[in-house]
Design a protein around this ligand. Structure first.
Ligand code: FAD
Ligand code: FES
Ligand code: FES
Length: 1335
């Protein structure tokens, strides 16, 4: 460790206030500093690696040369505080606050219903705010770009984009929502023939405050003075273990570089930061030349452009745009290729932080820019104390060969990018799991130079990313093709040669081996076509054009701003204006979400003596624990204790769920022990030092197949049967059999599981604050673990940052883990799971295998279905039994099959235990149904929608489990969906498109849905509420439900307001707690509003009954008068409301019962376009018709439908969990698990809430929390439709196996062609693959 003088003071501004940090530690990032030191908790942690945008802040810097202030978005989790010297940081608190004034961005996000759980909202606000600071009247494209780096798991993005679009000059929000004409035919969509009137206005734009850019805070003058100070000096910050040096000039930097040749240069820190966080990289010294003017310049010359290494990728983007607009097209081919990749590379935050120099030098194997720079013959200008030199940015440099590398004392000064000449073509290609903000699965930069005026190859270069540990230059292939003509024969040789040259071993890291091999040639083919077309444009007579049918292969899918309409019932004009029921009321906490003032668990102030917990988890799937050595961990500074199974005073295994592993581990990720320390950093450091030795136990079961081989089950079989299945099979025209695999899904709630456990110090009481869907369950597990009565345990739940089923059971286990630690140490415990740990430990949706045998007539009528379902339940029971019951009961979906047998069983494997997830098995199981219907259609030469219609329930009927229902709303949703989406006309148009396009295909699909809410056990449908009226007339409502973002509390306020006949502003809802409502059931199964609404209604009605005599006597009086009077008359102003629950039941012996209270129907139709060469797809349009009966709050209900749909679409398309054959989950963060972003949502998104009646539920409403999820499968089946069209054209008529998700890999490999045929294939018995499917 070098000796360095004392630290300098770090000076920067946060929200206009000066921060002077005397002990700036280079290891501390801004997110930690804001949250833990400055106590600005609006900025959220959700991933820690720059991938989610929850921690977005605005950084502003003054440039003394240009005298301009540069504002840009940045992810606070990757910003070392030491890099902020002289910067002004604005956080969500600095934008606006309820205490002072909210900003229009915050107001509109809230009022457009762009927040649900609110955890992503501060990040969204900051991204939009920063955009508006730079562009007060942005274009819709800029809105999309600004939001690309922000993930939201709840809303489905449509309302967030819409809130942004309200700032565009010409408001591109659909005009039908204002007074003007709509982009759609208004007449057609207004349902004029029907009784009910439909509305489309979910918010009132007239209420919005205008944006006044002159009102924004000024840049701190002190920072301008500091920046202009001619006597700047080098800064040094000395931390606990590391030193940060900010050189003052280039010479100083070179001096320091010579002194510390191993120290990384911290520029954007987007490469170094994640490595330090996730791979334990350590550097004792950092050099940070970020602001050096010598690294910031653009220098155009006649031959090309030199760009300073310190330019951020966003600045590079701007500079390239400018050059492209100034220079002739043919000169700027490299620039345009770079711009194409810059558009989709990461989100705006990363693009604004990452630098050109950092990108070039860090040379990640997935780099999107380096292959193009290399293909464009860029050179790197290096400088050291010895002087300057240039090296080519070529193959050897990218492949890190030592002779082509930087010398240790050198730095990159700039990059020179030459212009192209006339006969020189440069292009870039990339394919990722998600179009935007995702590392490439394979990318490429290619260039070809021809002998002037000919198509004879003079020079050829091909660089591929993500095919090996570094970017790969296919130099041998290129060499052999010099002198060849650019024709089909050359292409065919090129493909053969390049496949010989690039070897992706069968077990290669990252998997997708055959797909990646296919992409190598597919991308080459795209280049071939592009160049062919370019040659034709230059000399059409000499060079033939590419076939018309191939044209669309040239273009990537554009990123469009979504459009659409949301329709819902209008409120009865005679309803009291004060009565909010039926109105699109904004989420009760929306403004607080948008200002960052909504308090989540980790936002709560630290408690005296509080300790942090870090986990030690099993690295083996099934093993005996031989020893646990905690000695080294205990010896580390700050460590207070290590907690193991021995410290559990009560039940360590409660109902089969293990709190701390004891003697053996049964999955990777099982908690073995926890470390409690004074800081999380200390706890985590110590957790790494705990040494565990194992002895593997056989068998290790990871997949459903392995479980079936070992007869390993968590549950007995559940079965429903009707008719005579064996008999029916004898008389049908045809029988088909098949299997469908549906992989699992990660909840990816934005707020990871977080718990604050506080021992009260007397009577063994313990208080827990946590985001859960089931406080009673937490109470139960904690009481069992601590061996105390439940009455000693209190759980408080105010809100959760998303849950989706993931916070039903898991918080109980994690609560018990924390409570045991709190009990042992006697101190409060703050337990925040890092994203990676959360994904590893808490598991998700059950992967499913469906096997079917279907008997049907040639006209498409299905006579018999025998279906078996197996789920991968993981290592403990959790909710697997209930999930299987739901699957068996609901999987007939919307179809009547007279002879029907459905059986299901949950497999026990050595994976973390899977749990509840929105839809609870229905979204997986019903895909199997739609798959066999589609297979029947194919066999009968019918369209899938025809077979669906033929077999759909049409009249009052009984389900297979003999529950009566009326499918009239189902029929209505189906018909309206077909009609209003112009399904048949669009199918014809798609067919025509497909005839005219060989490499791009369109597909459409419509799916019907019969869903149910609730639980087949009556006692699980009960609820209670407690309503207090205070003497000032204000009302406090408490109920047993949990606010997860779905707007439950908002609806409860609407209920109380109607029942008590008072304005909503009188009603307050604070939190859910086991003290106020004991024994509450979980908030799940779409029944939160149903049951808690009835309980609140009941409490309010009791109170109103008590007040009636007073009101009667003084009917003209005010609410406050009545309350005062009631108090005088000793009338109790507090009441408990109760709802006994829907009387559901299920008799599994008889295989019948009224298992669910009622049915929710829907239909959705989607149209996609797939790129057969890459496997990418674009969702062109979705129409959803959802039977909402009477919506209590259409904004919230549409929010649920859209959010669930997008989550479902993620499940069925891009969300892919990767496991090693040994059961290790690889996907542990946003880098390797892709949930949808703004780009994935349908370009046209039309949602209609269909009116029906549901007298059983409160105000005749329906629970819509989960139903939209399955409708996402319309995208899956539309993809299959498109793929089928491609296969048909290629002469492949055999049916193919359907599975979910339809990833780019699956799409590409199913669209078989010459490129899939030519790749080398490996014998599966000769290698162990990198990853496996577990369904
Ligand atoms: C969430 C996320 C998403 C991303 N998505 C993509 C993507 O889709 N496609 C893609 O291609 N990339 C992507 N990236 C990677 C990103 O492009 C690189 O991390 C970035 O370009 C590195 O630049 P930086 O300035 O942050 O480098 P830093 O992390 O600051 O430095 C990286 C390395 O370069 C060295 N270095 C920096 N500047 C110089 C210099 N002038 N001279 C000598 N050495 C220098 C440093 O010593 C260090 O070793 C993503 C990154 C993140 C975090
Ligand atoms: S927490 Fe910073 S980007 Fe996710
Ligand atoms: S509202 Fe966006 S993550 Fe919940």
């Amino acid at each position: 460790m070098p000796y360095l003088a004392n630290s300098d003071e770090l000076i920067f501004f946060v929200n206009g206030r000066k921060v002077t940090e005397k002990n700036a530690d280079p290891e501390i990032n801004l997110l930690f500093y804001l949250r833990k030191v400055l106590r600005l908790t609006g900025t959220k942690y959700a991933c820690g690696g720059g991938g989610c945008g929850a921690c977005t802040v605005m950084v502003s810097r003054y440039n003394p040369k240009t005298k301009k202030i540069h504002h840009y978005p940045a992810t606070a989790c990757l910003l070392p505080i030491c890099s902020l010297y002289g910067a002004a940081v604005t956080t969500v608190e600095g934008v606006g606050s309820i205490k002072t004034r909210i900003h229009p961005v915050q107001e509109r996000l809230a009022k457009c219903h762009g927040t649900q759980c609110g955890f992503c909202s501060p990040g969204m606000v900051m991204s939009l705010y920063t955009l508006l600071r730079n562009h007060p009247e942005p274009t819709p494209e800029q809105i999309m770009e600004a939001l690309a780096g922000n993930l939201c798991r709840c809303t489905g993005y449509r309302p967030i984009i819409e809130s942004g679009k309200t700032f565009c000059v010409e408001s591109t929000v659909c005009q039908i929502k204002g007074s003007g004409k709509c982009c759609m035919d208004q007449e057609e969509r207004s349902f004029v023939n029907r009784q009910e009137k439909m509305c489309t206005k979910l918010y009132n734009e007239d209420e919005f405050q205008p944006l006044d850019p002159t009102q924004e805070p000024i840049f701190p003058p002190e920072l301008i003075r500091m920046a202009e100070n001619p006597n700047k000096r080098r800064l040094t910050f000395q931390g606990e273990k590391t030193t940060w040096i900010t050189p003052v000039t280039l010479d100083d930097l070179l001096e320091q570089r010579a002194n510390y040749p191993k120290a990384p240069l911290i520029m954007g820190n987007t490469a170094v930061g994640p490595r330090i966080k996730f791979t334990d990289e350590f550097h004792p010294v950092f050099l940070s030349p970020l602001g050096l003017p010598e690294l910031h310049f653009v220098n155009p010359t006649d031959d090309g452009v030199t760009i300073g290494a310190g330019y951020s990728l966003a600045q590079l983007n701007d500079a390239l745009h400018f050059i492209v607009s100034e220079q002739p097209k043919e000169k700027t081919k490299t620039f345009r290729a770079l711009l194409k990749h810059l558009r989709t590379l990461a989100g705006a935050q990363i693009k604004n932080m990452a630098t050109l120099g950092g990108h070039v030098v860090s040379r990640p194997n997935y780099s999107d820019l380096n292959p193009i720079l290399a293909a464009g013959n860029a050179t790197i200008n290096l400088v050291s104390k010895e002087g300057e030199r240039q090296i080519p940015l070529n193959g050897p440099f990218l492949e890190r060969s030592p002779e082509a590398n930087l010398k240790t004392e050198e730095i990159v000064l700039s990059v020179y990018i030459p212009y192209c000449t006339q006969w020189h073509f440069v292009s870039g290609f990339r394919l990722a799991q998600r179009q935007e903000n995702a590392f490439a699965i394979v990318n490429a930069g290619m260039s070809v130079k021809f002998e002037d005026g000919t198509n004879i190859v003079k020079d050829l270069q091909m660089f591929y990313g993500s095919v090996g540990p570094t970017i790969f230059s296919a130099s041998q292939t290129c060499k052999q093709l010099i002198g060849r003509q650019w024709d089909d024969q050359m292409l065919s040789d090129a493909c053969r040669l390049v496949l010989d040259e690039i070897c992706i071993p069968p077990a290669a890291r990252g998997g997708m081996v055959e797909y990646r091999r296919t992409l190598i040639t597919s991308l080459l083919f795209k280049f071939y076509l592009k160049v062919q077309r370019g040659l034709n444009e230059m000399n059409p007579k000499k060079f033939p054009d590419i076939p018309e049918k191939f044209m669309s292969a040239l273009e990537d899918f554009p990123i469009e701003t979504p459009q659409g309409i949301q329709m819902f019932q209008c409120v009865d004009p005679y309803q009291s204006p004060q009565d909010p029921v039926g109105h699109p009321v904004m989420h009760q906490s929306a403004i607080k979400h948008a200002t960052g003032e909504a308090v989540f668990i980790d936002d709560m102030l630290p408690l005296d003596q509080e300790l942090f917990l870090a986990v030690v988890t099993s690295t083996r799937a099934h093993a005996k624990i031989i020893s646990i050595d905690i000695s080294e961990a205990l010896a580390l500074p700050g460590v207070v204790d290590v907690i193991t199974a021995k410290d559990v005073p009560g039940d360590n295994n409660h109902h089969g769920e293990i709190i701390y592993a004891q003697n053996e581990v049964i999955c990777v990720g099982q908690i073995i022990c926890t470390v409690a320390a004074d800081t999380y950093a200390h706890a985590k450091e110590a957790a790494k030092k705990v040494k565990i030795t194992y002895e593997d136990i056989k068998p290790m079961i990871i997949t459903i197949k392995q479980a079936l081989e070992h007869n390993s089950f968590l549950t007995v079989e559940k079965k429903i049967e009707q008719g005579n299945i064996e008999q029916a099979f004898k008389y049908v025209d045809q029988i088909i059999e098949g299997e469908v695999h549906v992989e699992g899904q990660e909840h990816f709630y934005m707020e990871t599981q977080t718990i604050l456990a506080v021992p009260k110090g007397e009577d063994k009481e313990m208080v827990l604050h946590l985001g859960t869907q089931f406080p009673t369950h937490v109470q139960e597990y904690v009481a069992a673990a601590l061996n105390v009565p439940r009455s000693r345990i209190t759980c408080h739940m105010k809100r959760a940052g998303g849950a989706f089923g993931g916070k039903v059971t898991k918080p109980a286990l994690l609560g018990a883990v924390s409570a045991v630690a709190a009990n042992k140490t006697g101190r409060p415990i703050r337990f925040i799971l890092e994203r990676g740990d959360d994904m590893l430990i808490t598991a998700g949706r059950h992967p499913l295998l469906g096997k079917y045998k279907i008997g049907f007539m040639n006209n498409g009528v299905i006579k018999a279905a025998d279906v078996e379902y197996y789920t991968n339940g993981g290592c403990t029971p959790d909710e697997s039994e209930l999930v299987i019951e739901f699957i068996v009961l609901k999987s007939e979906n919307a179809y009547y099959i007279p002879n029907f047998r459905c059986r299901g069983r949950a497999c026990k494997t050595n994976l973390p235990s899977n749990t509840a997830f929105r839809g609870f098995g229905f979204p997986q199981a019903t895909v199997v149904v739609e798959a066999y219907i589609t297979a029947v259609a194919s066999q009968c030469n019918l369209l899938p929608e025809e077979v669906k219609e033929i077999n759909m329930y049409k009249r009052i009927s009984k389900t297979a489990h003999k529950q009566m229902f009326n499918p009239e709303p189902l029929q209505r949703c189906w018909k309206e969906c077909l009609e209003k989406s112009s399904f048949h006309a669009r199918r014809l148009a798609a067919e025509e498109f497909n005839t005219n396009n060989y490499w791009k295909k369109r597909g459409l699909a419509i799916v019907p849905m019969k869903f149910t809410i609730g639980i087949p056990m009556a006692y699980y449908n009960q609820a209670a509420a407690l309503v207090h009226i205070y003497l000032d007339g204000s009302v406090l409502v408490t109920h047993g439900g949990c606010e997860l973002g779905q707007g439950l509390n908002t609806k409860m306020i609407q209920v109380a307001s109607r029942e008590l006949n008072i304005p909503q502003s009188y009603v307050h809802l604070s939190e859910t707690s086991t003290i106020t409502v004991p024994n509450a059931v979980f908030t799940a199964g779409s029944m939160g509003t149903d049951i808690n609404g009835k309980a609140v209604q009941n409490a309010c009605q009791i109170l109103m009954a008590r007040l009636q005599p007073i009101i009667r006597k003084n009917s003209k009086g005010k609410w406050e008068d009545w309350i005062a009077k009631a108090f005088e008359e000793s009338i109790s102003l507090s009441a408990t409301g109760y709802f006994k629950g829907y009387q559901t039941h299920m008799d599994w012996q008889k295989e019948e019962g009224d298992a669910y209270p009622y049915f929710v129907y829907g239909a959705s139709c989607s149209e996609v376009e797939v790129d057969c060469l890459t496997g990418a797809h674009k969702l062109l349009r979705t129409d959803i018709f959802m039977d909402a009966a009477f919506s209590i709050n259409p904004a919230l209900d549409i929010g649920q439908v859209e959010g669930a749909f997008i989550q479902g679409m993620g499940l069925y398309t891009i969300e892919e969990l990767k496991y090693s054959p040994e059961g290790v989950l690889y996907s542990r963060g946003p880098d390797d698990y892709k949930i949808p972003t703004v780009t994935e949502i349908p370009e046209g998104f039309y949602v209609t809430l269909v009116r029906s009646r549901n007298p059983i539920a409160i105000y005749s409403s329906k629970g819509l929390g989960e139903a939209g999820m399955f409708l996402g499968s319309s995208v899956l089946f539309a993809i299959y439709d498109a793929v089928t069209a491609a296969r048909r054209e290629r002469g492949l008529t055999t049916a193919f196996t359907m599975s979910s998700p339809a990833t780019p890999e699956l799409i590409r490999m199913t669209c078989m062609d010459q490129f899939t045929d030519m790749i080398p294939r490996d014998d599966p018995s000769t290698f162990t693959p990198w990853s496996i499917h577990v369904s």
